[in-house]
Design a protein around this ligand. Structure first.
Ligand code: SAM
Length: 257
């Protein structure tokens, strides 16, 4: 399957066999990629029952008897106790953790360390800029702020992203040696705009005051129009980066102080 970040991970893996693979924060995208690899077995973990249903119900799902989908939370010390995997993929797991195990992010890599036999790959989104400098950055940041505000007003927790340096520092503290870290420019599409704003629209009726529903609805419409116009003018909305960090166990893992 075509994906710049997974292609990068495949290149880093080189001749090393994938062996057993743990998709530590699974979703349809990462699991479809893991399924496409030559693995001896895989386990896919999610903390979200809806995500579990989505990956189990995927019509393209190919699962061997030794492959597993597990509903569990990394803040539970018993999750996958004693299980070691050659390759661990943490694909946009860190940023999503605030909704399931808030404040546990600093311990995630120490928690995963006993499960990493040979290599871990961490994929994430760099936090968006606080001071956007271009039209594309301004509209992407406005959409992200609206999305997060909507989630908070609906008593949900938005994602919380961490920069690549933070990921690398925490991996080193958790007993890994970082062997590669790279950022990739993001260009957001109409599809991204519509998905983010659609998520806000679906929550309008749950906003805590009726007066907000109309006002937010109008703001969403105006933002959609602006975002599509900037997107068309610049052939996409260039803003921020994704990152991929690869690391290998250095020795016994320790919890960060
Ligand atoms: C952004 S989503 C899915 C990304 C995914 N790799 C994909 O293909 O799109 C993040 C995943 O991490 C999982 N997750 C977040 N916090 C978790 C936690 N504390 N324990 C286990 N899984 C967690 C979510 O349940 C979800 O399955």
């Amino acid at each position: 399957m075509a994906d710049l970040l997974f292609d990068h991970i495949t290149a880093l893996q080189g001749d090393l066999p994938w062996g057993s693979v743990l998709d530590a924060g699974t979703g349809r995208h990462s699991l479809a990629w893991v399924r496409s690899l030559s693995t001896t077995r895989w386990t896919a973990v999610t903390a979200d029952p809806d995500m579990e249903d989505a990956v189990r119900g995927d019509p393209n799902a190919r699962m061997r008897p030794r492959d597993r989908i597990v509903l569990g939370d990394w803040s539970d010390p018993g999750l996958l106790r004693g299980e070691v995997y050659d390759t661990v993929i943490a694909d946009y797991l860190l940023g999503a953790m605030d909704g399931f195990a808030p404040y546990f992010q600093g311990r995630l890599f120490a928690r995963l360390a006993p499960h990493v036999g040979r290599r871990i790959y961490v994929v994430g989104l760099e936090p968006l800029p606080d001071r956007p400098a271009t039209d594309a950055e301004r509209v992407v940041c406005d959409i992200a702020r609206l999305r997060d505000a909507t989630l908070l007003l609906c008593r949900e927790r938005p994602y919380r992203e961490f920069p690549m340096w933070w990921v690398s520092d925490r991996l080193e503290q958790a007993g890994f040696s970082v062997i590669s870290q790279q950022r990739f420019s993001n260009v957001f599409s109409h599809g991204w705009v519509d998905r983010q704003l659609g998520m806000c629209e679906r929550r309008l009726a749950r906003l805590p005051a009726e007066s907000l529903e109309g006002a937010m609805g109008q703001y969403i419409e105006a933002l959609r129009e602006r975002a599509h116009a900037v997107c068309d003018a610049h052939r996409g909305l260039r803003c921020g980066w994704d990152h991929v960090v690869a690391a290998e166990p250095r020795g016994a893992a320790t919890l960060p102080r």
